[in-house]
Design a protein around this ligand. Sequence first.
Ligand code: BG6
Length: 487
Amino acid sequence: PEESRAVIIIFGGSGDLASRKLYPALFNLYRRGVLAEHFAVIGTARRPWSDEHYHEVVETAIAGLNPEPAQAHAFAQHFFYQSHDVTDADHYITLKNLAAKLDDQFATGGNRVFYMAMAPDFFETIASHLKSEHLLTDVGFNRLIIEKPFGHDYASAKELNDSLTATFADDQIFRIDHYLGKEMIQNLLAFRFDNTIFEGIWNKKYIDNIQITLAEAVGVEERAGYYEKAGALRDMVQNHVMQVLSYLTMDKPKSFTTNDILAEKDKVFAALKPYDLATAKANFVRAQYVGAEVDGKTVRGYREEEGVAPDSQTATFVAGKIMLDMPQWQGVPIYIRTGKRLTRKSTQLTLTFKPVAAPLFGQSADSKPDTLTIYIEPSEGYSLQLNGKALGTGLTIEPDELRYRHDPKAAAAAPEAYERLINNVLEGDQTNFTHWSELSASWHFIDAIQAAWSQEPNMPTYPAATMGPQAAFDLLSRDGREWFWQP
Ligand code: BG6
């Protein structure tokens, strides 16, 4: 790999995301030689840490990767800590001087990456100070990485975007959706567009429905402060589900370049059939988990979690039906569901094909529609369920499965999402990031559902460790369908 040069400034350097994801990702890039001599990281946050303490934090954060001690130590020497109050203009001058000094020391060519990995309340303040205190350099590149949540609704997302674009050009802004960094999400384009057998049948003529499941077994964990305001619709659907949906349904891009891929994705986002209050209620369901006994242990309900209001109205589960106003997808429902404290962790996508128009063997009760399932996580692979003849003298149809899974060891050794995405930023490749047009379309869609829900006084519930409320099953059964995955 080619060596990258940059001073990387992380706002939120003492935070959970930095330790859990960013430092390990940077270390892996270092081990692979993408980062070598010519980089420095400035961690900033309120706490007054010394560089020595920061080095310990970084070394602890990467300990799980079993580094060579000498290499871990050498890596940590590239890290510098600057206590920083994001509202204080003077602090930006200090930061700017430190960055300039490190630029000299590590010969980083004036390249800067600004990484906003902290509470969203300060994104706009930071962006405006970066401009007013002239932290962007004239030589080299200046790139901004920004974490979710990107707004709370369309209006706040627009405001945030306006403030970022006042400082950064659009092609300098990298909005993270970590699903786009996942191996099997990136694989979707290869799988769809490099296989003759799928290209011709990936449309309404052959596909009956599409299902997208992003199930989590964990509860809200320590993130109630954020999650209470977000809920499953904003936390998972507005971003991850929408991105996955666009990869599943977009047309083949003219070429494998950022602009051509985005152009096709944009058509999907523009085709999301909007809901009004009544249709949103009919096509989207929400619920909140309540406590249950699971394997002899008591699992707390959402309202009993730390930091959650005892009368919280936050949904931890969403299921819905999405239609696309595109000729090739007319009439094909896309059923989506996601939630916390579901039966188990699994991200999987299923396409169910239409039944054979005139089956040679008559309508056999054993014949099932063909289905293709793409496993994103934790297992990674595909399976195709087909009809075949059962062994024996008669002619009985039975379902057979063609199954492929990546070797779990090899899959675990592949780069993690953050490693790929930070690498993309260093290369200046915007393909695997969220663009404003996508965000604005998906927020409009989401806002309508949120508005419908805010009129409903009662929050439906589901017991922890189940696949959500009955209404999520009814959503499909009223269409004469069912969820393919029913653990
Ligand atoms: C994040 C959400 O974006 O994605 C979390 O904020 C969620 O609530 C997480 O747990 C799920 O990501 P993954 O990669 O574990 O499927």
